[in-house]
Design a binder for this molecule. Structure first.
Ligand code: ISL
Length: 583
């Protein structure tokens, strides 16, 4: 499909090109029963917030039965609901309420691994079981259980080796994440067909698609060779053997044939893909290959990782961000499609990370970041609370953290003799719990999230940063997101326009154009807390301004000044004359 033809977003069934997705992390969104943990009825009770924001799709992070070792990304039953969150009847109520508001619901599909409590894994622990081949079991190298006896040297994503010894069978099982998350063996056809059957079951129930957790890691090089030593010198990097591994495209094409191809409705599939390159992403999202509609890539949210990894952050260089995002825009311009995000449940809050969460600049920097992101070509994802400008949490000590990744990293770093204060600084800046503090609905002690004791502390800034206050204030981050989403729905150039990066060498201003037919949009964002003088080309000086975040300047006011206020964002529009329109 060519980007510049057609303005009807659904002309090829790809309705999601003009859609905005809102991610709900159920544990932290809304608690209806006062147990301190969010639940399905809580979400159903807050759907008007999503509808009024204007989003099209709700992506629900996992709600399946789970021991909650990784907050539901460790699933022990794929076809039920964890009692923490409700039951299937509550799920059906939520689904009906979503559909009743004209929105769609996308489930999280976590099938690289299961929980160690999943019956499949429990059976698999017996070497004589037909399920033995459903997971990746390997004999020790040398004396079982001794240091270095693991079948290879891979480290896990959550610290420590990627192998755990299991006494009954005398072998190790592979887990790219925690030991409570054993990896499924996608070489085993019975595994694949069990997954497809489960997916069809959810689609029959009425869900509208899947966000597929780490789906580019499902195919491993069967030789499982050692990897080069990682920076910490403790383990090897196995990623060359499993990031976009040998059969991943075969598996996704088979999944498409088995689950999606025969369905009359057009669903949404998003592959979460750590380490994916733009070249690989083009293959994954080429409609002709029938794999997935879009991928989550990680390049732009890794640019501030320092030499010691993600918990050793360094300041972002704007030119790196521009180079990275421009490469993805260009790489998927003719074939494929981008997803656009700043935040999810694994990332620190964007206003604290690339903006300024202090009282002076929080609203302005959050709205600038939103404007720049949403005006790129692709499908934007809003993570709960992002539309309020929610910020990182002031975690005082390690006791305030809940996330397995942070707790494991802390234990490993302290065991290695690292400075505890330095380790805490890294966790405060980059820890995933920053995204997981309760949604801030109002200024009450439980932030309107829960009447009980929340499972993780509410950010004390909820007394001023909350949905109730934001709704009352037309200049709030929330109303800016509403305007951005409305613009996507009304302006074809936002969906279909091609993308041209401007000022690639400028360390302060992010600027680009989007052109579609006779319309060109110019998007400008000041990534600094200082005023910046900008020489707009003459044709833009009198252009209509259709969106901005500086109070006192109306969105349609012509004759713009060329001094950008701190963290200012603007979107200008120019339309060619009638002669051009008649082409
Ligand atoms: O945040 C990360 C660790 O630094 C990422 O590597 C993250 O683990 C990766 O993006 C995969 O994320 C997904 O799978 C994980 C789960 O913990 C995350 O919450 C999920 O989004 C394992 O299922």
């Amino acid at each position: 499909m060519t980007p510049t033809t057609g303005s009807a977003p659904s002309e090829d069934g790809a309705w999601w090109r003009s859609a905005v997705v809102y991610q709900v992390y159920p544990r932290s969104f809304a608690d209806s029963d006062g147990d301190g943990i969010g639940d399905l009825d809580g979400i159903t009770g807050r759907l008007d917030h999503l509808a009024e924001l204007g989003v099209d799709v709700l992506w629900l992070s996992p709600v399946y039965p789970s021991p909650q070792a990784d907050n539901g990304y460790d699933i022990s039953d794929y076809q039920d609901i964890d009692p923490l969150f409700g039951d299937l009847a509550a799920f059906d109520r939520l689904l009906a309420a979503v559909h009743g508001r004209g929105m769609r619901l996308v489930m999280d599909l976590v099938v690289n691994h299961t929980s160690d409590r999943h019956p499949w894994f429990q059976e698999s622990r017996d070497p004589a079981s037909p399920k033995r081949s459903w997971y990746l079991w390997r004999p020790p190298r040398g004396e079982a259980g001794a240091a270095g006896a693991e079948p290879n040297n891979w480290g896990s994503f959550f610290s420590g080796p990627a192998w755990t010894y299991d006494e009954p069978g005398g072998e190790y099982y592979l887990h790219l994440f925690s030991s409570r998350q054993p990896d499924l063996n996608w070489e085993e056809p019975a595994v694949r067909h069990a997954v497809y059957a489960m997916m069809r079951w959810w689609l029959e129930r009425g869900v509208d698609g899947f966000r597929m957790d780490v789906v580019n890691l499902i195919s491993k090089d069967p030789a499982l060779p050692d990897g080069p030593l990682r920076g910490d010198g403790l383990q090897g990097d196995g990623s060359p053997s499993y990031v976009c591994g040998p059969r991943v495209h075969d598996h996704l094409q088979e999944m498409h044939r088995e689950v999606f191809a025969q369905r009359p409705d057009r669903l949404l599939t998003v592959g979460e893909m750590p380490g994916v390159t733009v070249e690989q992403a083009r293959l994954f999202t080429d409609p002709a290959r029938a794999e997935v509609d879009m991928v989550f890539q990680f390049e732009h949210v890794s640019l501030d990782h320092g030499p010691g990894g993600k918990f050793d952050p360094r300041p972002l260089r704007l030119t790196d961000l521009k180079a990275s995002l421009a490469r993805w825009q260009e790489g998927l311009a003719a074939t494929g499609w981008n997803s656009l995000y700043w935040n999810n449940h694994d990332q620190p809050r964007i206003v604290s990370r690339f903006g300024d969460d202090g009282p002076l600049h929080r609203v302005r920097s959050a709205t600038m970041l939103a404007t720049v992101l949403h005006l790129h070509r692709g499908t934007p994802f809003v993570y709960q609370g992002e539309e309020l400008g929610m910020a990182n949490a002031p975690f005082a000590s390690i006791g305030d953290f809940r996330d397995i990744e942070s707790l494991n990293h802390h234990a490993q770093a302290l065991a290695a003799g690292e400075d505890p204060e330095q380790v805490l600084r890294g966790l405060r800046a980059m820890g995933r719990d920053n995204a997981r503090t309760p949604m801030q609905w109002d200024a009450s002690p439980g932030a309107g999230f829960s009447t009980g004791t929340p499972w993780i502390a509410v950010n004390p800034d909820h007394t001023t940063v909350n949905a109730a206050a934001a709704r009352r204030d037309p200049a709030s981050v929330y109303h800016h997101y509403r305007r951005l989403i409305a613009l996507r729905h009304s302006e074809p150039a936002v969906v279909h326009g091609d993308f041209t990066m401007l000022l690639p060498e400028d360390e302060r201003v992010y600027a680009f154009t989007r052109s579609h037919r006779d319309t060109t949009l110019l998007v400008i964002g000041n990534f600094t807390g200082a005023s910046v003088r900008l020489d707009l080309p003459p044709q833009w000086r009198e252009a209509e301004r259709i969106l901005g975040n500086v109070p006192g300047t109306g969105p349609a006011e012509p004759g713009t000044a060329t001094v950008l206020a701190p963290w200012e964002a603007r979107v200008h529009r120019r339309t060619e004359g009638s002669a051009a329109r008649c082409d």
